[in-house]
Structures are given as C-alpha cells and as structure tokens.
Design a protein around this ligand. Structure first.
Ligand code: C2E
Ligand code: MG
Ligand code: MG
Ligand code: MG
Length: 280
C-alpha cells in the first residue's frame, strides 16, 4: 500500500481491483495455486554486524506471476491475510528457509516475517514445531519478525504463542519499530530479543536531532533490557556511521545488499565469511 507506493514501485493491484470482491477472490485463487506452481520465491537480504560481517539474512517473499511479473509482498500479503491463506504462505516460507539455511555459512541466522494474523491461531506454533522436526533444523537458527503493531495489540493468547515460539528456541524481533505506538515500557514486558528500527528514523538521522536522540535512547534502554537493536534501511555509508554512533548493534539495507535469490546471496559466502570492506 502506502509503503510500496513510497518506494516508487509499480502497483500491480490497484485500489479499484482490490475493492472488487470478485477480483480479490481471483487473486486469492491465483495465490493459492502459486504455491503449487512454484511461483513463490524467498529472497534474502544480509543483516550485518558493526564490522560489516554477516550476522544473518532476512527472508523476503516474492511472487513471480507468469503475466504480472514479480509482485511485492506489500501487495499480496494483505490479500492473503484476509483468510487462512496466510497460514499456507507462512508454512511455505518457513519450509523454504529451513531448506535454504544449509546453503549459508554455519552460524548465520535466518529471519522470517510472521503476520499478526498467523499469531491469532495456535497453528503457528504447531506448524513451526512440525517443520523443525521434519527438516531436522533447530529453532535457534531462526528469528521470527513480528511488527510493532502486532505487539502493541497483542492479546494474552498472542503473547502466549510468542512465549511458546521462544520456548521452542526461536529469537523474536520487533519489526518496523517507531511506526506504531510502542512505548518504551513495552520493551520490558514483550518476549523479544531484538528491535528493528524503522527505516524512516535511519533516513532522518543525518538531519534530525530528535531521530538521533530517539535512536540513542532506545539503544541505551535496549542494552539494559538485553535486547539488540537493528537499524533497517541503511542506504549510505553516512547512515551506517550515524546508526553505529547512536548505538545500533546490527544493520540492514541496500548499502550492504539488496534482497536477492538464495544462490546469488549464498555465492557471496567468501565475502560474508570476513568483514565486508567498509571504512565507516
Ligand atoms: P519488512 O519486514 O520491514 O522488510 C524490509 C523491507 O524493506 C523489504 O521490503 C526490503 O526489501 C526493504 N528494504 C531493505 N533495505 C532497504 C533499503 O535500504 N531501502 C529501502 N527503501 N528499502 C529497503 P519488501 O521485500 O518489499 O517487503 C515488504 C514487507 O512485506 C516486509 O517489510 C514485511 O512486512 C512483508 N513481508 C515480506 N516477506 C514476508 C513474508 O514472508 N511473510 C509476511 N507475513 N510478510 C512478509
Ligand atoms: Mg521484516
Ligand atoms: Mg522491517
Ligand atoms: Mg520496515
């Protein structure tokens, strides 16, 4: 929606199409079929340590539609979230990540995005547990990203599921932090291991003192709470330096690499084994 438009993407499904119930049904059917037709792809974007070495990778879903081309998750995830189709996509993503993780260097964590809709059902916990057993992977190799809006609206049931996922060994990350209404007091109560600061703050660091103070304060509180801070959307050397100075622990953004298919990213293994040659 606005997020995609803000990035200047070509929108495949316009408002008119989406307000038409029959049209939404058609997209839903196509999306369901896409799983079986192999049209879904999980791309990976590096998340780096302060020295530029790879901490891990975030898996980001794409739909390679035979007619419409490569479709952004910002367009089809909201459609999938209207039904249990999101559970099916969620399972596809986690299975894909479990299959792919062996292609990356040992010790690199893969992050996956879990929708707030998935967290409304116990299926998320049983599915993750089952897929881990089927694939022989350990939950400790994965980070589950949930958005700040989910966390602030979390019911006791959702909190229980997050605790259960954490009990299995998953790390939990709070995504897009700063876009919702998450107060600092939430950080004490939520079962989370890291916070991803939304790109809008990182972009403001260079010219907005309030953003600098916000990020620094968050980093200081996070340190006390034993939570890690990830800077999202780092596009320049300057943003990297400023985010580091503000106390962020990990970094993600086009400056380090765009999301790309597994083989393209995994072929960078030699590079990612060593700190990237960055001078900031
Ligand atoms: P997100 O989880 O916050 O993912 C980060 C988004 O920012 C990605 O967009 C990524 O390509 C983009 N990005 C990364 N670095 C930069 C940068 O330096 N500059 C800019 N302008 N953008 C950057 P993408 O891949 O289009 O995904 C959009 C959103 O769709 C994600 O936001 C996430 O909320 C959702 N999503 C993606 N994959 C999945 C999935 O498998 N399941 C679910 N439920 N949601 C997903
Ligand atoms: Mg994410
Ligand atoms: Mg994010
Ligand atoms: Mg974001």
């Amino acid at each position: 929606e606005s997020k995609a438009a803000g990035r200047g993407r070509v929108t495949v499904f316009d408002e008119e199409m989406l307000s038409d119930k029959r049209y939404r049904r058609l997209i839903e059917r196509e999306l369901r079929a896409a799983v079986y037709l192999g049209e879904l792809e999980l791309h990976y974007q590096p998340i780096v340590n302060p020295d530029g070495s790879a901490y891990g990778f975030e898996g980001l879903i794409r739909w390679r539609h035979p007619v419409r081309g490569l479709i952004s998750p910002a367009e089809f995830i909201p459609i999938a979230e209207r039904s249990t189709l999101i559970d099916m996509l969620g399972e596809w993503v986690f299975k894909r990540a479990c299959a792919d993780i062996g292609h990356f260097l040992p010790g690199r964590r893969i992050s996956i995005n879990v929708s707030g809709e998935q967290l409304k059902r116990d299926e998320i916990v049983t599915m993750c547990d089952r897929v881990l057993k089927e694939t022989g992977r350990s939950a400790a190799q994965f980070v589950i990203e949930i958005t700040e809006t989910v966390a602030t609206a979390a019911t006791p049931e959702i909190l229980r599921r997050l605790e259960a996922l954490r009990g299995l060994g998953f790390h939990i990350a709070l995504d897009d932090f700063g876009t919702g209404h998450c107060g600092f007091n939430y950080l004490k109560t939520l079962p989370i291991d890291s916070i991803k600061i939304d790109r809008s703050y990182i972009r403001s660091l260079a010219h907005d003192q309030v953003a600098q103070i916000f990020v620094s304060a968050l980093a200081q509180i996070a340190r006390i709470q034993d939570v890690t801070i990830v800077a999202e959307g780092v596009e320049t050397q300057e943003e990297f330096a400023l985010a580091k100075a503000a106390g962020c622990n990990r970094f993600q953004g086009y400056f380090f690499g765009r999301p790309a298919p597994r083989d393209k990213v995994a072929s960078l293994r030699a590079v990612h084994a060593e700190p990237l040659a960055l001078s900031a």
